[in-house]
Design a protein around this ligand. Sequence first.
Ligand SMILES: *Cc1c(COP(=O)(O)O)cnc(C)c1O
Length: 232
Amino acid sequence: MSIAENVAAVKANIRAAAVAAGRDPASVQLVAATKMNDADRVRQAIAAGVDICGENRVQEMLEKNRQGAYEGAPLHFIGHLQKNKVKQVVGLASLIHGADSRELLEVISRTALNRGLVQDVLLEVNIGEEASKSGFRPEEIPGVLEYVSTLPGLRVRGLMAIPPICAFPEENRPFFCRMEKLFVDNGEKKYDNVSMDFLSMGMSGDYTEAVACGANLVRVGTAIFGARDYSK
Ligand SMILES: *Cc1c(COP(=O)(O)O)cnc(C)c1O
């Protein structure tokens, strides 16, 4: 299957899952997780109609950006962002998905202010409460949003999560549904610098489950590009 055929199939699955859940299919955006795929393959995905490109690694993103890989699509940073790499990402990625600590939020805000920008971010939630994963605990979110209201260089646009690895996609549904509740509940109260617009969850194995539970950004790599070759 070509990248174009894969993108068409993923978009059809998203549409069907949204309709089945009584949602507007146009409200769900497809983020192509482009890590380890070169500029030419990224361009093919954009030409095939992915809405956004999501990159994981800062060096790889800078390199492919120099090659013009992302022309025609917005660029998001979806990986784990280290504080010492914030300056390379702020202003280049229109949305940073995985803000996972107060320290990182502070650095992003300060960096953006120095450049005269406001950086959009999502708060990463450790929804499975796994020791191995980064992200805020669900009950921490209200306090983090209070904190964000003191950081004028950023705007929180929503939440992001990567649920525990599971054997069957349906097993993730409780985590996705818990995320949806967290997203809705935390969107009710108004905070400065916060606008709860995006719920980023779902990958190749489980994006239809995520859409059923309200995801409006799904991050899909393998189902678009095929398996990544980690031996290279
Ligand atoms: C790689 C990656 C994805 C996509 O994973 P697939 O299983 O290949 O679809 C989604 N989100 C993040 C944060 C990733 O690093």
